[in-house]
Design a protein around this ligand. Structure first.
Ligand SMILES: [Zn+2]
Length: 269
C-alpha cells in the first residue's frame, strides 16, 4: 500500500498558543470544558462524550460555521468553485457554510510546494491567529486535472481540520497499532520528518478511550509496514456516516433555544 502525500496538521507556534486558546473559548465556551468528564451533563446534540475526548478543542460555536474563503495564488475560477463545493460537503448534516470572497477571506488556500507544501490546515478557530497574508490551508498542486477522488479525500479532510476536527488516527486504539520505530524510519525516508515530528504526529496523543473509526475521513492512510500486526489502517476516502453524524453533533442544524444557555451555565465550574 502506497501513501501519497500525507496530511501534516499545522500547529500554531508556541507563542501564539495561549492567545489562540483564549480565542477558542471566546468563539465557543464549550472548548474550555473538559467535555469527556461531563458525560451525562452535556446533551447529545452538543457532543457525544465518546467522540469528544480532548481537553482543549478549537471548535467553532454551536451557532454553526460561516466562513469566507479566498485563494492566495489566483487559481482558475472553476477550480475555486470546485474546491469550495467539496468544502461545503460537510453542510449535508451540519450548519456549515463556506462562501467565496476576494476581500479579507478567513480561510486562505494556497497550493504551495516545498517546505510549506503538502496538505494541511490549521485547526478550527486557530485560523484566526494566522497573518492575513498567509494561508490557513495548503492543497499542493491541486488543479482541475486532479482526480475527483482526491477532492473527496483531501479537500474534505483538510476542511475537517478547519472545522476543528483532529486526526482520527490520533485516537489511542489506532495509535496503539503503530510501531514507533517503523514509523520514525518510514516518515524520515518519505517525508523528511525528524524523529520528534513523527512522535508528535503518530505517537503522542491526548485522546483516550474513544472508539476509533478507521474509515473516517479524518483518518489518514497508515501503511501496513508501519503497524505492529502488518495490517494497514485503510483511512477514509470520503466523509463517512460516522463523520456526518459527528459533525451534526458539533454544528447542529437546529439548536433547541431554551436548552442551550441553561446547559452552558450548568457545565461551567
Ligand atoms: Zn489531516
Amino acid at each position: 500500500m502506497k501513501i501519497s502525500l500525507v496530511c501534516t496538521p499545522k500547529r500554531l507556534p508556541l507563542e501564539k498558543a495561549i492567545a489562540a486558546a483564549k480565542t477558542a473559548v471566546e468563539v465557543n465556551p464549550l472548548n474550555h470544558t473538559p467535555l469527556h468528564r461531563l458525560t451525562g451533563v452535556i446533551p447529545d446534540f452538543v457532543a457525544t462524550p465518546e467522540r469528544i475526548a480532548v481537553l482543549t478543542t478549537k471548535y467553532w460555536g454551536l451557532q454553526g460555521v460561516s466562513l469566507t474563503v479566498g485563494f492566495l495564488d489566483n487559481p482558475p475560477a472553476d477550480l475555486q468553485k470546485r474546491i469550495i463545493l467539496h468544502m461545503n460537503a460537510w453542510a449535508k448534516t451540519s450548519n456549515v457554510k463556506f462562501v467565496a470572497t476576494k476581500v479579507d477571506p478567513q480561510v486562505r488556500i494556497a497550493r504551495a510546494a516545498g517546505p510549506e507544501g503538502g496538505y494541511w490546515s490549521y485547526l478550527g478557530s486557530d485560523i484566526l491567529h494566522i497573518a492575513k497574508k498567509d494561508p490557513t490551508m495548503n492543497l499542493e498542486a491541486f488543479t482541475m486535472s486532479t482526480q475527483e477522488s482526491e477532492f473527496h479525500r483531501v479537500v474534505r479532510h483538510e476542511t475537517g481540520h478547519t472545522l476543528g476536527f483532529p486526526h482520527e488516527h490520533m485516537r489511542k486504539a489506532l495509535v496503539d497499532k503503530i510501531d514507533p520505530q517503523k514509523a520514525i524510519e518510514y516518515f524520515e525516508r518519505t517525508q523528511g520528518w525528524k524523529e520528534q515530528e513523527v512522535r508528535e504526529q503518530i505517537e503522542e496523543s491526548t485522546l483516550r478511550g474513544t472508539p476509533p473509526d478507521p474509515k473516517s475521513i479524518m483518518c489518514y492512510q497508515i501503511p501496513g509496514e508501519l503497524t505492529k500486526d502488518g495490517n494497514p489502517i485503510i483511512g477514509g476516502l470520503d466523509i463517512d456516516p460516522t463523520d456526518y453524524k459527528f459533525a451534526a453533533t458539533i454544528y447542529p442544524k437546529k439548536v433547541s433555544a431554551p436548552a442551550r444557555p441553561k446547559t452552558l451555565v450548568r457545565t461551567k465550574r
